[in-house]
Design a protein around this ligand. Structure first.
Ligand code: GCO
Ligand code: MG
Length: 402
């Protein structure tokens, strides 16, 4: 069996997506997501100019060898562009493999470990009151777990606040929108929000919060401590994680569970975090960390230390990633939770899929493969539009982490 052709489809049905489609001599095709928010065309070029010529003629069933070839063979290792491209190839190959077997992808991984996948939604508002209402709307939609992000008094354009409740999309302009950051204001405000949320909705809903890399380790420890009474499911990306040991300081000072990893692209980014038990949830995804093949290694390693998965699932990860992630989540023994930000109707129409939401959970489909396809004709109606993520500066102009 041989790969006969592969192509990259760049489209923008509401936001930009990069999709890899692989064709074989047996008529079976597979697709993978290669979207890197704000830097999409770099991965498209990496695939078209450097990866696809190497795929033609190879046996698509040898996904492990192709993974090793792309990882070791480039000489230059790791990084978001390389690893998103490898992810797309790997996801498409697992899609093909499962279609050949006539099975849903989770069966090839080891079958079902659970019937359904717990997801969390993204509730946000401009004020504390609006955010409390938005969390209520998610509870009314059946969500059991909700992450709450709010505008902060005195901070213009805080992280995580969108125009609508359901669809959050930060990459909003061709050149980055400038936002302002003020840590003391944030640290004073957030505990009040979660106090109000517990007061309003009681103990049951799982509540999450994303710090989005904004704090120093000591500030993160302070926040974690002040949130302990409200029993968060997790506090995410509390501090930048290039220095994995930085999490030790946070870990030693708070029992609020810690999650990190949406920007990680290999096991090496989280090795120390996991083996030193500095985190509770690892958030790397199929898309960012080398596809099913590498994510499985990360999850198995994490299981040794009782670290559970919590895959990134924002709107910049296409339905292809969501489909593949749900098969992974259905199998992975140490599953924690799956993020689920809803895509727009335009996006859903371009990527027909068989997963469905019910009562706070997602269910992967039963069709062979990962269950997501692309309508290329429809995709062609939505050409690429340059869009970058915002940046953040302190009030005095200092560049900060967005
Ligand atoms: C999340 C993330 C996203 C990112 C986005 C960047 O937890 O969902 O932090 O909202 O900001 O994926 O492209
Ligand atoms: Mg995040």
């Amino acid at each position: 069996m041989k790969i006969t052709a592969a192509r990259v489809i760049v489209c923008s049905p509401g936001r930009n997506f990069v999709t890899l489609l692989i064709e074989t001599d047996q008529g079976v095709t597979g697709i993978g997501d290669a979207t890197l928010n704000g830097r999409e065309l770099s991965v498209a070029s990496y695939l078209t100019d450097h990866v696809i010529p190497n795929l033609i003629g190879r046996d698509p069933r040898q996904s492990e060898d192709i993974w090793q070839f792309l990882y070791r063979g480039a000489y230059w290792r790791r990084g978001p562009v390389t690893m998103s491209a490898i992810s797309a190839v790997d996801t498409a190959l697992w899609d093909i493999k499962a279609k050949l077997a006539g099975m849903p992808l989770y069966q090839l991984l080891g079958g079902k470990s659970r019937e359904r996948v717990l997801v969390y939604g993204h509730a946000n508002g401009n004020t504390l009151e609006e955010t409390v209402d938005a969390v209520g709307q998610y509870i009314a939609m059946g969500y059991k777990a909700i992450r709450a992000q709010s505008g902060i008094p005195g901070i213009a354009k805080a992280y995580g606040v969108a125009r609508g409740t359901l669809h959050y999309e930060p990459a909003d302009a061709a050149l980055p929108t400038e936002t302002v950051w003020d840590t003391p204001k944030y640290l004073r405000f957030v505990p009040k929000l979660f106090e109000k949320l517990r007061e309003t909705y009681g103990d049951e809903p799982e509540l999450l919060h994303d710090v989005h890399h904004r704090l120093t380790p000591n500030e993160a420890a302070q926040l974690g401590k002040s949130l302990e009474p409200y029993r968060l499911f997790w506090m995410e990306d509390a501090t930048p994680a290039e220095n994995q040991q930085a999490f030790r300081l946070i870990r030693e000072r708070t029992t609020t569970p810690l999650a990190v990893g949406e920007i990680f692209n290999t096991i090496w980014d989280c090795k120390e975090l996991i083996e030193n038990q500095l985190i509770d949830y690892i958030r790397t995804t199929v898309l960012r960390a080398g596809g099913i093949t590498h994510l499985r290694r990360i999850a198995d390693f994490a299981a040794l230390y009782q670290v559970r998965t919590g895959s990134h699932g924002a709107t910049d990860l296409s339905p292809v990633t969501m489909g593949a992630a749900l098969h992974f989540d259905t199998w992975v023994p140490n599953f924690g939770i799956q993020e689920y930000m809803r895509h727009s109707e335009e996006t859903d129409a371009v990527f027909p899929h068989d997963y469905r939401f019910e009562a706070g959970h997602l269910y992967c489909g039963e069709s062979p493969g990962h269950g997501v396809t692309i309508d290329e004709e429809l995709a062609a109606k939505y050409p690429y539009k340059p869009a970058q993520l915002p940046i953040a500066r302190l009030e005095d102009g200092t560049m900060w982490n967005w």
